[in-house]
Design a binder for this molecule. Structure first.
Ligand code: FAD
Ligand code: MLT
Ligand code: ZN
Length: 498
């Protein structure tokens, strides 16, 4: 892990934990069928390459060491595996779709990887209430497809929908593109089934909208990043599909127009506004270079500094289109227009290509080189200045350019105050690049009273930076909670808590 990084010394070691042995493997074989076990140990001796996808994260930044990957099919199997691991002091890394961006799903030493991908059945769906109960390993997009014929949508959507799992979404408390409309998973998740670090099955798979019977334990696992238990089942409230969905894409001359624009759009669109997304000029140009868009006429875009995608989800197409057309007219005809130009999608395919540009940014960044990704909350007014400050710092350190940091850009969820600051190292991660970026960025975020993780979580990447956003008292109580659930510290060790 953290290969060729200055953090090599800070890879946590786990002297309290044991590595999986052949005897352990023999025991796992009593719980799981052979097809559910991958191990480099004899007698299975699976080639290391077959474990590779489980031992590296989506970015290719975190390289794990697990010699064994287990893919249970039932909650009971998860329980038996964990009970055994607890008895043998074997560390466990819960893994969903492995799309996380903070190294949380990768084994730091030789903890066993418990991949939930084979637990992928829908347990029930009630089209009247919209309550969906599913295994944690269901892929988000599959769940969307499952409920689509009933005219329901998942309350969460993100670019990784084709690979990430609902259990992973819940464990990271993922935000994504619909948070502005449907709120966070802390509100939409009604119940969870979790296997605790001693193997006990905690059945809180409630389908009740209201339940004030004491402490709401499930909330601890939402955003728990697999450090308190393994989520095996999920009950989630899915809203009815909007009857009319539209989007507009706007080019702004200056970043300073964003706040007034946000106000105008909110006022004019009111209840039908469902997303307000931000893309800075560097990110937009990058997307175009990678074949996304163009959405807007090049001449009309001119020297626009940034772009905004606004989505509406309403109940009446004519009504919504009238509002959107009025908005565009108002924006273009003002004495000092807040935008250079804008377009309203005219067809489902245009609607999709506007979203494709926004959702495709993560993959474009990945193709540009090796990204340092900082997912932060800062006041909206500071989005641009934070990005500029980081670029200027790299220039001042002589680290900006094709042999160092080739691009610094910002995009994100304006409506949620969530900036994705992406810093691209064209030719790979280097300790001096990271040393220039950190803790500089964390200090900058803290100076704005922001959060060092808005939606991606802490994982392995930011455990040492937790204190920039959490007080000592908060961290102490987080430790106490961890101690209560996982006194042996076997569950995703080295993640979240420093
Ligand atoms: P993994 O990556 O496998 O795991 C993530 C963490 O959750 C790890 O700590 C793991 O141990 C734990 N975990 C996973 N499953 C379980 C379980 N069943 N029980 C207990 N712990 C578990 N994130 C956003 O918030 N918003 C976005 O808009 C967004 N867009 C993305 C776009 C792309 C292209 C990519 C690659 C990533 C994006 N992400 C986004 C990050 C990522 O997709 C989310 O964090 C997602 O929720 C992770 O789900 P996963 O199943 O891949 O989990
Ligand atoms: C996004 O909003 O696109 C995601 O959180 C992923 C990213 O930060 O690149
Ligand atoms: Zn995001």
């Amino acid at each position: 892990l953290f290969r060729s990084r200055r953090w090599v010394q800070s890879i946590p070691s786990f002297p309290h934990l044991n590595t999986v042995t052949e005897q352990d493997l023999a025991h796992f074989s009593k719980i799981l069928p052979p097809t559910s076990i991958l191990s480099t140990l004899p007698p299975r001796a699976t080639p290391t390459d077959d474990l590779a996808t489980y031992n590296v994260d989506w970015m290719g930044k975190y390289h794990g060491q697990a010699n064994t990957v287990l893919r249970p099919r039932t909650t009971q199997q998860v329980s038996e595996i964990i009970k055994y691991c607890a008895s043998q002091r074997i560390g466990i890394v819960p893994q969903g779709g492995n799309t996380g961006l903070v190294g949380g799903s990768i084994s730091l030493q030789k903890e066993v990887v418990l991949n939930l991908g084979a637990m992928n059945n829908v347990r029930s769906f009630d089209p009247v209430s919209g309550i969906l109960v599913a295994d944690a390993g269901c892929i988000l997009e599959s769940l969307s497809n499952y409920i689509a014929p009933y005219n329901h949508v998942m309350p969460i959507d993100l670019g990784a929908k084709g690979s990430c799992q609902i259990g992973g979404n819940i464990s990271t408390n993922a935000g994504g593109l619909r948070l502005l409309r449907y709120g966070s998973l802390h509100g939409t998740v009604l119940g969870l089934e979790v296997v605790l670090p001693d193997g006990t099955i905690l059945d809180q798979l409630s389908t009740l909208r209201k339940d004030n019977t004491g402490y709401d334990l499930k909330q601890l696992f939402i955003g728990g990043e697999g450090t308190l238990g393994v989520v095996t089942g999920v009950s989630i409230l899915t809203p009815p599909a909007p009857q009319a969905s539209n989007n507009i894409f706007l080019a702004l001359p200056h970043f300073k127009n964003i706040l007034p624009l946000f106000q105008v759009v909110k006022r004019q669109l009111g209840e039908i506004m469902s997303a307000f997304e931000y893309i800075d000029r560097t990110a937009y140009d990058m997307a175009l270079e990678h074949g996304l868009g163009p959405i807007l006429d090049v001449d009309e875009v001119g020297d626009a500094q940034c772009f905004v995608l606004v989505e509406t989800s309403g109940g009446n197409q004519d009504h919504d289109l009238e509002k959107l057309n009025n908005l565009l007219e108002h924006l273009m005809s003002a004495d000092e227009p807040l935008i250079y130009t804008g377009t309203l999608s005219q067809s489902p395919s245009q609607f999709a290509s506007i979203w494709a540009l926004r959702e495709g940014l993560t993959e474009c960044v990945q193709k540009e080189g090796k990204p340092y990704k900082y997912d932060v909350s800062v006041p909206l007014a500071n989005f641009q200045s934070v990005v500029d400050a980081v670029r200027e710092r790299m220039i001042s350190k002589g680290l900006y350019g094709d042999d160092g940091i080739s691009k610094v850009m910002g995009y994100g969820h304006i409506g949620d105050g969530n900036l994705h600051l992406n810093v691209i190292a064209k030719h790979g991660y280097r300790p001096e690049l990271e040393a220039a970026l950190e803790p500089f960025i964390y200090e900058l975020v803290a100076s704005h009273k922001g959060s060092v993780s808005a939606e991606h979580g802490i994982g392995a990447m930011k455990a040492h930076a937790l204190h920039y956003s959490k007080s000592d008292v908060s961290i102490e109580w987080m430790r106490k909670i961890k101690q209560v659930f996982d006194p042996l510290n076997i569950m995703n060790p080295g993640k979240v808590l420093p």
